[in-house]
Design a protein around this ligand. Structure first.
Ligand code: PMP
Length: 450
């Protein structure tokens, strides 16, 4: 047993003497604990594992660390804030930084999104956005608008709200009926028409008309909001055809339905603007974010809220609480400090432009993997990539997992696998040599996996 005297600096670098007590999230615990992959430190583009092997980060951790790891400005901001004010009650009390951060986020966002509600995660941001949408309709005398429309294969976190509008069957199946009344648009992945498209797929904009079908079925007057990830990440990178998101916006406008973009993975430069909303030229009514908000350094999520929604809440009777909702750690001082320092880092290094600057190189290199055994699609947009592998007949997901495992073990490369899709989202500080390395290692491991 490690004694309590063992310094934290040692504990954080060595293999724990037992792996039993920690029930790991979204992990096949038994499989992992038989052959654990332990990361102990990180800097720039690299993790180091417990054997001190450098591991190239092809995933920005988990779509989080857009500026890479251990960035001095962010480290210092967290340290200073922890020493100055560790925590303060967020209800009926304030601290300065969230006001500053909210203003900074509003300035980065599309023009009509000027108000920010802080959470601690993407899941909480999604559930908060759902509540904000419900309350908004009720405030306007349309309290019958309680239905949400999500999308097949969407991932909106693991809260009961986000699960209810999410479409990954494995995430839902153990948890009963969830929120009543949700329905789903089809997803936009169509390998029969779009396989190996460089950038956005050509076909599929017409799938937005699904929304008309659901409106006809349920009646617009029952629908509160449509939630979409502009680019779906967890389902294995599903891209929208040009015009698809615009069409959803038009239909929502025609029917008084709110449009919500879940930008938990697309925010903060991943696709070449602060948000995908700007890259695609479509402004939602609510926009959820997390991950890159603090460069992953401290948990934080947020909902950007339109002027129209916010002012509906502000016009209630004086003294009334406008939105009866919040978290003990909403706008936590450490998270705010980390977020402000992350935004400063992104701006100082022009990182939101990197996905455009490197986009073509990234695209060309990724698509060079076409023709390898079992590669059935390659997708890319901004600094996002996906290699889809053919599923093994009796073991779907096993080929993707094996490539992921080999990349880490033999190639010293961190990628993400979701089913048989290898998803890539490197820190935006990546250079062309590191892109080459990702592609070379992936090629080798895909060949070795067979
Ligand atoms: N929405 C999207 C689009 C996500 O990708 C994620 C996380 N991958 C979430 C919500 C949930 O975020 P969190 O894990 O911080 O709760």
């Amino acid at each position: 047993m490690a004694s309590v005297q063992t310094p934290l600096s040692t504990l954080s670098r060595q293999r724990p003497d037992s792996l039993e007590a920690f029930w790991m999230p979204f992990t096949a615990n038994r499989q992992f604990k038989a052959a654990p992959r332990l990361l102990v430190r990180a800097e720039g583009m690299y993790y180091h594992d417990v054997d001190d092997r450098p591991i190239l980060d092809g995933a920005a951790g988990l779509w989080c660390c857009n500026a890479g790891h251990a960035r001095p400005r962010i480290v210092q901001a967290i340290q200073e804030q922890a020493a100055q004010l560790d925590f303060a009650p967020p209800f009926q009390m304030g601290t300065p930084l969230p006001f500053v951060l909210a203003q900074r986020l509003a300035a980065l966002a599309p023009a009509s999104l000027n108000h920010v509600f802080f959470t601690n995660s993407g899941s909480e941001a999604v559930d908060s956005a759902m509540k904000i949408a419900l309350g908004y309709h009720r405030l306007r005398g349309e309290g019958q608008r309680t239905r949400f429309i999500g999308r097949e294969k969407a991932y909106h976190g693991v809260g009961f709200g986000g699960l209810s509008i999410g479409g990954l069957p494995n995430n839902r199946k153990a948890f009963g009926p969830l929120l009543a009344g949700s329905d789903f648009l089809r997803h936009t992945l169509d390998l029969s028409r779009n396989a190996f498209s460089p950038g956005l797929p050509r076909h599929g904009a017409e799938l937005a008309e699904d929304l008309e079908r659901l409106i006809a079925l349920h009646d617009a007057s029952t629908i509160a909001a449509v939630f979409v990830e502009p680019i779906a990440g967890s389902a294995g990178v599903i891209l929208p055809a040009p015009g698809y998101l615009q069409r959803l916006r038009e239909i929502c406008d025609q029917h008084g339905i709110l449009l919500v973009f879940d930008e938990v993975i697309t925010g903060f430069g991943r696709v070449g603007n602060a948000f995908a909303a700007q890259r695609f030229g479509v402004t939602p009514d609510l926009l959820t974010m997390a991950k890159g908000l603090t460069n992953g350094a401290v948990p934080m999520g947020a909902v950007l809220v339109s002027d129209a929604i916010h002012s509906a809440y502000m016009q209630g009777p004086p003294g009334a609480i406008e939105l009866f909702h919040g978290y003990t750690y909403s706008a936590h001082p450490l998270a705010c400090a980390a977020a402000l320092a992350a935004l400063d880092t992104y701006a100082a290094e022009g990182l939101f432009d990197r996905a455009i600057e490197l986009g073509e190189y990234w695209q060309t290199r990724l698509h060079s993997l076409r023709g390898l055994p079992n590669v059935i699609d390659i997708r890319n947009f901004g600094l996002i990539g996906a290699i889809e592998l053919a599923a093994r007949k009796d073991a779907p997901g096993s080929r993707g997992y094996e490539v992921f495992e080999r990349c880490f073990r033999d190639g010293q490369l961190l990628v993400r696998c979701t089913g048989d899709v290898i998803a890539l989202s490197p820190p935006l500080i990546i250079d062309t040599d590191q892109i080459d390395r990702i592609v070379d290692v992936l090629g080798e491991m895909i060949r070795a996996t067979g």
